[in-house]
Design a protein around this ligand. Sequence first.
Ligand code: PLP
Length: 509
Amino acid sequence: MGQLHEGAAGRTGGTGAGRRLYELLRRQMSDGTLAAGSRVASTRALAAEFGVSRTTVTAVYEQLAAEGFIVTAAGRVARVASQLVPAAAHRVGRRETSAPKLSAFGHRVGKMLLSALPAGEPCRIDFLYGAVASRDFPTLPWRRAYQAALALHQPRLYYAPPEGDGALRRALQGYLARARGLSCDAGQVIIVHGSQQAIDLCARVLLDPGDSFAFEDPGYLMARRCFEATGATLLPVPVDESGLDTSRLPDEPTVRLAYTTPSHQFPLGAMLPIARRRELLQWAARRRAWIIEDDYDGEFRYGQRPIDALQAIDTEGRVIYVGTFSKALSPQLRLGYLVLPPALVAVFRQAKRLTDRHAPVLEQLALASLIDSGAYERHVRRVRRENERRRMALLQAIARHLPADAHAVGTAAGLHVVLWLPSLRQGDEAAVVAAARERGVGVYALSPLYARPSSRDRPPGAGLILGYASLGVEQIHQGMRSLGAAVAALQPAGHITPRRRQGTTGRGG
Ligand SMILES: Cc1ncc(COP(=O)(O)O)c(C=O)c1O
């Protein structure tokens, strides 16, 4: 190898490119990635792929041939030597069967149950929670804003500040004041890769093994798992028809934070009333704990104006506000933001920088111009109307096709409802999901969102979570008709109570 260093690299002007290429090819032949007897790439192709001259590639091939790794003959394509047996160490590595050595974090994450991503044949009609309709995306305004961002002159391309683009943070400051009653300084805002990264940063910056965290039960699994991954202990707090039951917040001295979804409890859908909001803030002040307010679908409240964020009435600087563009634009954008109490700004900027430097700049610029021009808020109003239609269709279809005791909760806001089926048992959820799937309809069991699925705080009966933001009105009707048939097939004989009248079934807000 040293020989090549002197030889190939030397012959190509000592750039080191020849040496790196040599080492790469040699490694791939040794570990079997380039199989014995297989053809090696032409000097022209390899030179183009690695951005080196053909002379460099020729020198590398000569070296490999001299060492017996490849066989060349005039007028024939070069091949990996057929006697070449992959090195034992590499073979063992590839076939390793014993558990790899991991950190404690790695062990915790590896063992975690996360909901499966949809795989295989998609359902004909999928009430997949978290999906939004691609036709709702503002393609034209987005394309224009993105192209304008692309055309902006930058003297050079270098990393941007970790907290995100100033124009977007200022635009958000104005938007949050108008839409969420939240008054903050642009300096408190950090742009992140969706709520998920916001929550992950909170977990890593605020929790240690041995600490504990209060968490809504049922609650958002992807957030719970982030906190659990730190090694901190989960303290589930029951949720009732008014949301987080603040009278049951934990008093453990180890508790460092509480995660909550006060505008639209996920998944049950209640809006946390003002008395409970105050109680929660007082608890946090007393315990010197942080509150993570996940305002994931705050834009989508039907009938009334969206209520103000919890952070808007926080006078003690305990609330970390988390927002996302996953609902109003697309979950694939991976754009969200944190509004931090001033005391946390510096450390979160550092943590964001260590994690991934910063969010993508062009997307941030495009979004800033959409918000500044008013196009974003027009878009949100339009999508809210679309989702209002879907929601009405869903409630009507439930009333028409499901048993009389079936009822949807959390209907006043958001992009999903929870459907309770009291005449089935909690243990029937998997059977309903499977029976619906056989009819081409995707619905999702509620129980996995409970940390304590057998607790007495959980209402009896089967629960389903139905997301409707990606479906058309007709699909929603068809889907509920099929779900009705699936439920009827599972009902104990004589228990079928179809509805005769039409109407909505919304109960809890
Ligand atoms: C409670 C809750 N928070 C946040 C999100 C959005 O996450 P992200 O912004 O990472 O896409 C969701 C998405 O389904 C959610 O249900």
